[in-house]
Design a binder for this molecule. Structure first.
Ligand code: MN
Ligand code: MN
Length: 468
């Protein structure tokens, strides 16, 4: 009788199993090799601008060309459009009429960080600092006393653009934000964790040698400006037209004795951006037009002309319709209404140390494969994008017939918190969308953790979705 019960269980239960259990040595090498490339890419692409720059190189090397260069388009053509160096859309034209809809995968390449304020530079008691304004949802205390690198662009009034990247090379200096010693932190330690470090306390320490002139005031600031002037040919006012981001100076590394995980900054959402980009590079002919979105500004609500709410994406698809010579009134709306999308953004991984915030039956586990999140939102699914059962079934079928391990998850316990992605933006245009990404530990922290197994699952999922 016991045996019958086991057989029944085998047949009836939705088994949740650690993916590594079914990985042989060859598969493991494949999984590790993809993650190695991913980590190398991350080290070159910590900001949205750097990610798009690297993505363009990959695309150019794989037969993609700027859509501006095409007079007309035909099936098999590979095109991209780069939006203000911060977001990018790529497409491979499908064999099917585009009216039957596109297969879209959309991620974001911006990550939580500290931006410089417009007037960042000041001196106080022998030190020079940059003032910052944090970007995205961070726990501020995590950003003190770690090595930070300065990445970004300074654009002079004449349009000249200077790229800045200091703190990544072994020979570069790094920068840091100081914190109070425990001996004198009694008052600070009594505060709530969220108030321990204030937004205005996040000032970056950048120098301490005074300029060698007895009569000058603000000598440390002057010395810093003198260094910047010699290095970049800029003056203080040029900083007002800059976009400088402070990111952790850590490199992406394998994590654990078994090297099963990746620890790196910005994996939300560069893990999904990278795996979808790589999957697209390997695609040959597709039935439905395959579209890859690398969006910006997701972490602050997807607003602005590089965010997903912008009409720039509609412009790109309209250009495809124009150059296919099929465009007509309302065709853009029709194409969106018949399209399918994976909103490829990370999921909260179950963390046993903080198990109380998750419903274990519905949590995403590291190593269990790609996580599908049917709906997002807070409280009673408020503000959420909820995938239709019919579409979930369609996606399931793609995964199951390609033997890709997946898990259906929810972000934390009901009423504990919640979140969202770019899913609703395309869903509002009429597209079928489900969230589909890699579970992450310590999301939004300077160092985030993912499983190499899930990274590989994401890559397999995105490839299978486009090939469908
Ligand atoms: Mn994200
Ligand atoms: Mn995020």
């Amino acid at each position: 009788m016991l045996k019958m019960g086991e057989e029944k269980k085998e047949k009836l239960f939705n088994k949740k199993e650690n993916g590594w259990n079914s990985v042989d040595e060859n598969k493991k090498q494949e999984i590790f090799s993809l993650s190695k490339n991913y980590m190398e890419f991350l080290n070159k692409a910590k900001t949205e601008r750097e990610f798009i720059k690297e993505a363009r190189k990959l695309a150019d090397n794989n037969g993609f060309r700027d859509i501006i260069e095409f007079e007309t388009l035909k099936p098999g053509d590979k095109v991209y459009f780069i939006n203000r160096d911060k977001s990018m859309y790529l497409a491979i034209i499908g064999e099917e009429s585009i009216e039957k809809g596109m297969h879209i995968i959309g991620s974001h390449v911006d990550s939580p960080r500290l931006d410089l304020k417009p007037n960042p530079l000041y001196e106080d008691t022998g030190f020079a600092y940059f003032k910052t304004h944090y970007y995205g949802g961070i726990k501020k205390y995590q950003w003190t006393t770690i090595p930070l690198a300065i990445h970004g662009v300074i654009v002079k009034a004449n349009g000249e653009k200077i790229e800045v990247n200091i703190g990544e090379d072994e020979n570069d200096p790094i920068f840091t934000i100081t914190d109070l010693l425990p001996h004198l932190a009694q008052e600070q330690m009594e505060k709530k964790l969220k108030d321990g470090i204030g937004g205005e306390d996040l000032n970056l320490l950048i120098g301490s040698i005074p300029y060698n002139d007895e009569k000058a005031t603000e000598k440390v600031k002057l010395n810093i400006l003198d260094i910047l002037n010699k290095k970049y040919d800029i003056t203080e006012i040029d900083l007002i037209s800059s976009e400088i981001e402070l990111v952790p100076a850590f490199r992406a590394r394998s994590l654990g004795f078994d090297e099963s995980m990746v620890a790196a900054y910005g994996q939300d959402d560069k893990v999904c951006a990278y795996t979808s980009l790589i999957a697209m590079m390997e695609l040959k002919n597709v039935k439905n037009t395959a579209v890859c979105i690398l969006s910006d500004k997701e972490e602050i609500g997807s607003m602005g002309n590089t965010g997903m709410e912008s009409h720039m994406f509609d412009f790109f698809i309209s250009e495809i319709l124009n150059k296919l010579n099929v465009n007509c009134p309302n065709l853009l709306d029709k194409v969106f209404c018949f399209s399918k999308m994976l909103s490829s953004d990370v999921d909260a991984g179950f963390d046993p140390i903080y198990s109380s915030v998750s419903d274990k039956t519905n949590a995403g586990f590291l190593g269990n494969g790609i996580a599908l999140v049917k709906y997002t939102g807070v409280r009673g699914k408020s503000g959420g994008s909820d995938a239709n059962a019919e579409y979930v079934a369609w996606v399931r079928n793609v995964l199951e017939k390609n033997n890709i391990r997946y898990q259906l998850t929810e972000l934390g316990k009901v009423d504990i918190g919640g979140g969202g992605t770019i899913a609703y933006i395309l869903a509002n245009k009429g597209t079928d969308v489900i969230d589909c990404g890699v579970p992450v530990l310590s999301m939004h922290a300077p160092y985030e953790v993912t499983s190499k197994y899930d990274i590989y699952s994401a890559y397999q999922t995105y490839k299978a979705f486009w090939k469908e």
